[in-house]
Design a protein around this ligand. Sequence first.
Ligand code: F6R
Length: 613
Amino acid sequence: MCGIVGYAGRRPATALLLDGLRRLEYRGYDSAGVALLEAGGLTCRKTVGRLDNLDKLLAGDPLAGRVGIGHTRWATHGEPSTVNSHPHLDGAGRIAVVHNGIIENYQELRAELEARGCVFQSQTDTEVVPHLIAAEWTAGRDFLAAVRAALVRCRGAYALGILNAAEPDVFYAARKGSPLIIGLGAEENFIASDVPAILKQVAEVVYLEEDQLARISADCIELFDLAGQAVPVQPQPLTLAAESADRAGFETFMLKEIHEQPRVLRSLLESHLDVPGGPRAFDRGDLDPAAWRALKQVTLVSCGTAYYAALYGRLLLERLTGLSVAVELGSEFRYAPGKVGPETLFLAVSQSGETADTLAGVRCARARGCRIAAICNVDGSTLVRESDAVLFTHAGPEIGVASTKAYTAQLMSLIFVALCAARARGELTADALAEWDRELRHVPDALHYVLNRGEAIAAIAAKHYEGPSSLYLGRRFNYPTALEGALKNKEISYQHAEGYAAGEMKHGPIALINEYVPVVCLCTRTEDEVYEKMISNVREVEARHGRIIAVVSEGDHQLDDVAEDVIPVPALREELSPLVNVVALQLLAYYAARARGNDIDKPRNLAKSVTVE
Ligand code: F6R
């Protein structure tokens, strides 16, 4: 989704704005622009395509100034074009606005403003904002009051950066529904949609709250609510290490993040198992045993990859705790909330903590009296601030658009939740818990084993990446793995891919199988008949001449004569197998995308943090 940066300080702003925007590239964008305040007034440059285009434009036609705002746009209203890219100006060119979010009532506002003589340049929803501010300003209000009055009229979501030519030393920022942070430096201040943009520049941040407005200069930050009341500024230290936003020698962020998984899981294990009375579920607001026992239901809500993690969570919670568990897509739950209430633990799973649909689900559940818990990667995010209990996945910034380390960290986090719930509810003996503890500690090494097979997996991907379509099949705990593997493949390699519960194949997708279609089969050994059923499904694929890629438990040679390719992974108990299987599928998708020459960290059309509905 759109990226915003803003700067007021003593240094030339253009280079800092461009640097910040580059660090937000992972969010996905199709055009970019900046506006600066100079002695002569407000100037603006924008263009379609990558930031390199903007860089070239600015090299040929530079902008001076020490106060400015910048934007990368991910088109929602109006095609990607120079005229639709941000910043947008009012009719007199005195006010510039960059925006992330959607102004839902923009058509009504635009019609009203046009009737009053405003001429619009773009098809965007955003352009109503500078015109509205200008209208309120010329009505005689001071600028801050004009911004407040304009925002009160906007329905929907926004993070905004605003320049006013009449105030050459300051810029404004506002937030409702879309994230925005203020970074505090020495004699300079920034805004950004996300931490990586300013990680190298500042040591302290302020998270702008819902319906707050900021007036920012090099030396001063003032916060206000929408009624114009001053709000105290409470800076917090920025804890992420700057190097975590670099590629650390890997060819892409995604590959780096795939390789970070053993470390991420090891530190999660230590912080949840090696604590007095461990395992611990939530880092903040943990439930006591009585609260776990009082629960009647758990409802998980999430989107995309995090939804697949939640599907896994349901299986595990139901297996270990006997609780009734529902899984909801945020985008569906918000319009069809199932039965949830005070005895429901409503558990949101989100890497960013800013996904609009997940947040909408959370607010809906809150209104029904649920206790809200979150598994989240970003401290200070909206989800974290709106939750009663939080388990931080602590995976570090995930810059690659396709989620990898956040997913495995979510699976691991769900294991802690399930173990704690089961223990508190008397469903898990001390011996069984000790066995889990022992096996969990093997997982990081098991992931290393899969990562070490990267070259072999790359060779397999090189054989199959040109197929028209691919299928991913798994059962029970590896059904979500199949869904996630297929999602990874389509996101970055653009090969059509479908994940299926293997038993469903014969109900339709089997029609797709022929000698050109790779079929990735997750054939983890289980202690019951599920393994044999999976092998039968593989035979069905063989009979249709599908090109079988089997992911098997190490030492299992049953499919050697059937599969075109076999990827052995360490044999773990079935509930833990998705952690290793998915790493093999991440690598498979990665190398298929690389063979296709795709831009892996910035796949087309995708945005990292989906802050609009
Ligand atoms: C896929 C991916 C997305 C996200 C989804 C939810 O690789 O990253 O499907 O999982 O947009 O995002 P979060 O977890 O930030 O709520």
